[in-house]
Design a protein around this ligand. Structure first.
Ligand code: CP3
Length: 348
């Protein structure tokens, strides 16, 4: 049989506890620079932020990989740093440099942002979600998202992307009460932001905690696990049935802390998570992941072998096929097409 979809909304079904004949597939950063049609529209829009804040462009960019590859889920095109931008922090994306912001390193600096209505800035994002729900195929689940407070805070405090999260740690370790004020503000704003995405039509939400693996255990619990659980709790007060996927990248054995809570429907595993451990987690929670995005650059027999290894290991249980982190810009689109076909033709 060569049907390309299992049934309506296979991603939603898995998250609701109903595993089909093969896992659904979508890929983090499935929209973006590896696609020529994305580069073309981004050039016309003038900047990445113009794309994000223009609902027609953002919806188009979201749909590009759906048309090309027939993914089972679609992730809203936006960025985790739109939220601090809506809270009043200046944001710019520079070529080859990534995000650049005016750093916030004290409660004083945070207060200078004032109290703003985040929805005034974020309204175009909700409009993008509405457009997508109308345009997406019946079988394709729409995923909304936000950054986790810790990861968003690392950019707000550092003022740019980095690899050691030094500025955020300096604040969190030296003045935890002050840093808590920032995290609490992000928790409240994220609940509001995700609720509006759900009201506009997002069917699942994913919370990206890209830098969760940088913290020692006690700090991980305080700055990653607890705020993410507070967000889920706040969101569920408004939307009791909304499925949540958490991506606490690099947390190792602490993935089990998310599985144990029962509040989260799925964990997205980074590339380094071993299959035996993933299968243990799968007894308690849906798992998503964790193909190394570099296999998509390599392609060919190596890609096929690695994808089949993942399908054999995890495809017989509740599983969403994905990468361990986002697609990289140098990925050949034909390798993505081959991977999607391989997963959609596979049967448990
Ligand atoms: O397709 C999708 O996955 C949806 C859109 C999406 C983007 N960013 C678009 C984007 C999502 C879900 C994100 C999440 C995001 N953004 C994260 C968490 C996930 C991860 O990758 O770790 C983080 C840390 C950010 C912050 C961010 N945005 C950085 C550090 C950068 C610069 C690095 C880079 O990859 O360029 C961005 C820019 C960005 N966000 C691009 C895209 C498509 C590239 C912008 C461009 O130049 O066109």
């Amino acid at each position: 049989m060569t049907t390309t979809s299992t049934r309506p909304k296979s991603l939603l079904s898995v998250l609701q506890g109903d595993t089909g004949p093969r896992p659904p597939i979508w890929l983090m950063r499935q929209a973006g620079r590896y696609l020529p049609e994305y580069r073309e529209l981004r050039a016309r829009a003038g900047s990445f932020l113009n794309l994000c804040y223009n609902p027609v462009h953002a919806a188009e960019v979201t749909l590009q990989p759906i048309r090309r590859f027939g993914f089972d889920a679609s992730i809203l095109f936006a960025d985790i740093l739109l939220l601090p931008n809506a809270m009043g922090q200046q944001l710019d994306y520079r070529e080859g440099e990534g995000p650049v912001m005016e750093p916030i390193r004290s409660v004083e600096a945070l207060k200078q942002l004032g109290e703003r209505d985040i929805h005034a800035t974020l309204a175009p994002v909700y409009e993008t979600v509405r457009l997508l729900r109308k345009a997406l195929p019946e079988t394709c689940t729409l995923i909304g998202f936000a950054g986790a407070p810790w990861t968003v805070a690392t950019y707000m405090v550092e003022g740019r992307g980095g690899n050691d999260q030094a500025a955020a740690k300096t604040w969190a370790y030296g003045d935890p009460e002050g840093f808590q004020v920032l995290i609490d503000r992000l928790v409240d704003a994220t609940i509001d932001y995700l609720s509006k995405q759900v009201e506009a039509g997002a069917e699942v939400v994913q919370i990206f905690d890209t830098w969760a693996g940088a913290l020692p255990e006690a700090d991980f619990r305080r700055w990653c696990l607890k705020p993410v659980l507070s967000i889920v709790q706040g969101l569920r007060e408004r939307h009791p049935n909304i499925p949540v996927i958490a991506f606490p990248r690099g947390v190792g054995l602490n993935y089990a802390s998310f599985a144990e809570t029962r509040a989260i429907n799925a964990v997205s595993l980074d590339t380094a998570v071993p299959m035996d451990f993933a299968r243990q987690l799968q007894k308690h929670i849906v798992v998503q992941g964790n193909l190394d995005p570099r296999y998509l650059v390599t392609g060919g027999a190596a890609l096929r072998r690695e994808a089949e290894r993942l399908l054999q290991a995890l495809g017989h249980g509740p599983y969403i096929f994905n990468l361990g982190h986002g697609i990289v810009p140098e990925t050949p689109p034909e390798n993505v097409a081959e991977l999607v076909k391989l997963v959609q033709d596979w049967r448990a």
